[in-house]
Write a protein that binds this ligand. Sequence first.
Ligand SMILES: N[C@@H](CCC(=O)N[C@@H](CS)C(=O)NCC(=O)O)C(=O)O
Length: 363
Amino acid sequence: MPAPELVVYGSEVSYFTGKLEAYLRFKEIPYERRPMTMRLFRGVVPEKTGAAQMPAVELPDGRWMTDTTPIIAWLETQHPEPAVIPEDPLQAFLSRLLEDHADEWLWRPAMHYRWSYADGRRLLGERIVRELMTDIPLPHALKVLAIRRRQRGTYVRKDGVDARTRDHVEACYTRTLDQLSGVLERRQFFLGERPTLADFGFMGPLFRHFALDPTPARIMRNRAPAVWAWVARVWNARAGRLHGPLVEGVPPDWEPILDEIGATHLEHLCANAEAWKEGRRRFDVTIQGVGYRRLPTSRYRVWCLERLRAHFAALSEPAQGAARTLLEKHACWEPLWRVEGAASGLDPQGRAPFAPGERVYPA
Ligand SMILES: N[C@@H](CCC(=O)N[C@@H](CS)C(=O)NCC(=O)O)C(=O)O
């Protein structure tokens, strides 16, 4: 075994740790995962990265990184071959959009399935306490209770999941399964015979939440076996043995995903950016006819919108034209630009993943 190049502090049940690990394994970048104990989470990690979140990555030269999106982008500059960000600029831009959707929009259904159902809550409460809270000197049962309460309170109840929205939150998951089945029944990976950024993006919600937690995993096995198989395929993928080609252009089976992004994720990003601009801490938004109330405003997600715009702006003129046509077709163009003057102020020097991190919802 080569010496680990990176230490990844995280958890074996974490959305974003799973996303990063799937990428590192494919790229065959040696790393060691260590549990993000409470001591690290509350002290060392925020001190080194600016944000109490996982994964946090320590480099041999003593630098630390936070936030999987810029971490993967930076690692691509250090390990360019084989590139996971497609060379085709249109594929690259849309892959980034899919990654952002998987990171930010599918977070709510993932947390809902984990913490709203008793079987998930029991299992994951136990696992998190055993893995990460060993350094808290409290009785085990108390820690389990505390973590369940915290997660359900913060990421379900205070994140807009209630009797009015619950069916919609679940439908977002089952529709995602149908959309991804449309892709993965045809091809091994999102764009062909090897995984690219869109695969790693979707591994966040799909791997350590939907395919692991009892209720969504049961739904996945029954409804979307091709997605179930893909999760294992990405986890098993290694660049050294996967050299297959990618498709040309944006495959038609991505179109239902783009429709979904326009109707959900981008609407949410716009309402969030508007709220941030007006200095509101919470906001209401109607998504696909369903009213979400008192969602927490996220500065981080204003930055997500800024980054998508910056990626678009960096495209050549012909690529911008092609991207615009496709975005218009799927109702993604107008919301991408709707909100003006909402500046996150994050990472003004473009130093991420080495810039001070920002949690999605501040603690
Ligand atoms: N944008 C960040 C998000 C990281 C994130 O939110 N991680 C979750 C766990 S998967 C976390 O650390 N949550 C902290 C908490 O629940 O307090 C990334 O891509 O790394």
